[in-house]
Design a protein around this ligand. Structure first.
Ligand code: GTP
Ligand code: MG
Length: 349
């Protein structure tokens, strides 16, 4: 508990702890496990989309807006953490520095903590490390945690899924082509944002996204859209996401498409309204708990796969391992046989 309180006031200790998590440092395990027990209060929002679509600008604008709105009692302002995850770079490379520059104007605010993550090495890979960092930030008392990922592959999908609410950002581009569909990330969207709406082609992009969403989601009644002033059906929104019928509830989420100009803040209020509406939906439908259960299971499996791999590799010498791979390359062995051999060696068979 003291440790968690220390983090809130001691950003340097927090930054050090995150670096150790990234590096998969074993000394951190006990602390991370203790802090995990204290997490579960923060609102976690993932922002993903193609490179350059305006994720960082949107995240910075959202953070500023959130900081200007007191928490319901009206006495304090939310503490916000921003994590930019760049799976493509093993070091803090150019893209992350770019983010830092773009988010520069936030750094004067003591209520906002910004951090980039790039390296691997932690159990469960980068997604596992991100999950650990999120729970450390959560236990440290951050009210909102924003995770920015580039959204180009399965790893980014896994990282985005750590969030309770996933925002997929798209910018007007060439014709009907929707980057989010190409990258396979539209299917994880809870809210779709068409940013750079000041640019030509925003209407076509919205139409293309709308039909992509319509194709993938059957029709149901919307939840919470009117209450939160979101666009009505048929305007800039898609068909609702179907819930598992077995839960017997009639609460549906209606994925909104929100138009923004993140540079000027236009439309960002509507994104916040959608985020609040989605939180209501997650609570009312029980989907929030189901989603967390799925994410936890996925995380456990990723860590298990890592542990088993590490154990198997530790059970043989480098030379034996190389010989196994060489034999497989020469087709003297099937990859299944090589894997099984490693597995059996590690179990002492
Ligand atoms: N015209 C216009 N430009 C924007 C808008 N939002 C962001 N930009 C610009 O688009 C460029 C990329 O913005 P970022 O916020 O860095 O985009 P990103 O998606 O975080 O980029 P990566 O992290 O590199 O993938 C910057 O030059 C921004 O100033 C917008 O609403 N309209
Ligand atoms: Mg960025």
């Amino acid at each position: 508990m003291t440790q968690a309180l220390d983090f809130a006031s001691n950003r340097r200790a927090l930054a050090r702890c995150i670096t150790q998590i990234e590096n998969g440092s074993p000394e951190m395990r006990g602390l991370v496990a203790r802090l995990y027990a204290q997490a579960g209060r923060a609102r976690i929002i993932g922002v993903t989309g193609a490179p350059g679509c305006g994720k960082s600008t949107l995240v910075a604008t959202l953070a500023r807006r959130l900081r200007s709105q007191p928490i319901s009692a009206g006495l304090s302002y939310p503490q916000i953490a921003i994590i930019a995850v760049d799976p493509s770079s093993p070091f803090s490379g150019g893209a992350i520095l770019g983010d830092r520059v773009r988010m520069r104007d936030l750094s004067g605010d003591a209520g906002i903590f910004i951090r980039s993550m790039a390296s691997r090495g932690a159990l469960g890979g980068l997604a596992g490390a991100t999950a650990d960092v999120v729970s450390v930030l959560d236990s440290a008392g951050f009210d909102v945690i924003l995770i920015e990922t580039v959204g180009a592959g399965q790893l980014e999908v896994d990282i985005a899924r750590i969030a309770q609410t996933v925002i997929v950002v798209e910018a007007p581009g060439a014709g009907d082509e929707v980057q989010a569909v190409k990258a396979g990330i539209l299917e994880i969207a809870d809210i779709v944002v068409v940013n750079k709406a000041d640019r030509e082609g925003a209407a076509q992009t919205i139409a293309a996204l709308q039909s992509a969403l319509d194709l993938s989601r059957p029709e149901r009644a919307p939840f919470g859209a009117h209450k939160h002033g979101l666009p009505a059906r048929g305007q800039a929104s898609a068909r609702p996401h179907t819930l598992d019928k077995s839960d017997g509830r009639d609460v549906q989420w209606h994925i909104p498409i929100v138009k923004t100009v993140a540079l000027t803040g236009e439309g960002v209020e509507a994104v916040l309204a959608a985020i609040h509406a989605h939180a209501d939906y997650l609570r009312a439908s029980g989907e929030g708990a189901r989603r967390r259960a799925r994410a936890v299971e996925q995380d456990v499996r990723a860590r298990l796969a890592d542990l088993l791999t590490r154990r198997a590799l530790a059970s043989i010498s480098r030379e034996q391992y190389d010989a196994l791979i060489t034999a497989t390359i020469a087709r003297a062995m099937h990859p299944d046989e090589a894997a099984e051999h490693l597995m059996n060696t590690s179990w002492g068979k």
